[in-house]
Design a protein around this ligand. Structure first.
Ligand code: KG4
Ligand code: ZN
Length: 326
């Protein structure tokens, strides 16, 4: 089955064609992140306008690359949420239009579930049951994934998401948006023990997270240091270490509690090499993460999720859903 995936939940405009949920036939991503770099973060209206500009060219490129026409496509899958409502609407309306014009089924997909399926596009698929840590710009969630379509949400962030913590602390250090890759780049030459930033809720008995205190701690540290003498690599390495330590500790606790032998890292922050390495060191089982290109937002993961959770809905019934429901 060939599924066309469309993903426009934030600042990436993406389309892909995936065969039987595992083989990528085309995967095109256009990002407006550089534009948001200038404003230090995403302005939702700007992101939505960029989605409008990019979507048709991205779809054209996807078809050119896959050498398919609409007749070859069996279904259209689209991210319906969570995400920025203006951005989401662009993809959802395009998917509805294609479904209507082509008379093909349409499959609505939750963005976070989509991220988990980025890992099913790698050579070796995860095996059920597994713990999924979904860490993106707006979400930090731990799930027990029992099977396709069977998820138990264990906990999530009470305030800032892990990606948001990277983005906001990077901004405090004067680095560009998106902050995650920037922090990771500077951290390579820094000392992770230079600053003892807090690891909030690391020992709480639940699977919730909190990252907003980290911003305050970084702000306070910067205040006490002459800005010129602030060693950015040391600060970046210490921030990264604090975030990674909390994510690793909670994920391993969840894996041990539910006696699973596999952990899946999904979402943009899963591209972080330090997170992957420390998770692998701390967990005795298998750690699976999609390659960096399939960790950040893309539409191949949406098409894959649709194949394994195939529940078509009439185009008239498709709604955007910025909430988190499993
Ligand atoms: O999943 P994603 O592409 O978009 C959302 O669904 O939000 O995640 C974007 C987030 C941003 O906060 C970005 O800073 C973070 O992922 N990110 C990283 C890395 N690459 C992207 N965080 C840490 N290390 C990275 N290498
Ligand atoms: Zn995402």
């Amino acid at each position: 089955m060939k599924i066309l995936g469309i993903e426009t939940s934030c600042d990436e405009t993406a389309a892909a064609v995936v065969l039987d949920g595992t083989k990528i036939l085309a995967n095109v991503v256009s990002s407006s992140a550089q534009l948001h770099s200038k404003t230090g973060g995403i302005i939702p209206e700007t992101a939505a306008r960029e989605q409008v500009k990019a979507l048709i060219p991205v779809l054209e490129e996807t078809f050119r690359f896959s050498r398919f026409s609409n007749n070859d496509i069996d279904a259209v899958a689209v991210t319906v949420g969570p995400g920025l409502i203006g951005s989401l609407l662009v993809g959802v309306e395009a998917a509805k239009t294609l479904s209507f014009a082509w008379k093909k089924p349409i499959v609505p997909i939750n963005h976070l579930i989509g991220h988990i399926y980025g890992c099913f596009l790698e050579q070796e698929s995860p095996k059920f049951p597994f713990i999924a840590l979904v860490v993106s710009g707006a979400h930090t969630d731990l799930l027990l994934v029992k099977n396709h379509g069977s998820y138990l949400w264990l906990g999530g962030t009470r305030d800032d998401a892990a990606g948001e913590a990277f983005d906001k602390t990077a901004r405090l250090l004067g680095l560009f948006y998106p902050g995650g890759p920037e922090i990771e780049k500077f951290a390579k030459s820094g000392d992770p023990k230079a600053f003892n930033f807090p690891r909030p809720m690391i020992d709480s008995g639940d699977f919730d997270f909190s990252f907003s205190g980290l911003k305050t701690a970084v702000t306070n540290s910067i205040k006490t240091i002459n800005k010129e003498s602030l060693a950015i690599p040391d600060a970046a390495a210490s921030i990264q270490e604090a975030i990674v330590d909390v994510l690793v500790t909670k994920t391993v606790k969840a894996a041990n509690k539910f006696k699973v032998t596999e952990v899946v890292l999904a979402g943009g922050v899963a591209a972080n090499q330090r997170l992957r390495k420390k998770m692998q060191m701390a967990f005795t089982g298998k750690v699976i993460a999609a390659g960096p290109g399939l960790s950040i937002d893309n539409a191949a993961m949406i098409a894959a999720a649709a194949y394994f959770n195939y529940k078509p809905v009439a185009w008239q019934k498709i709604k955007t859903d910025p909430g988190l429901h499993f």
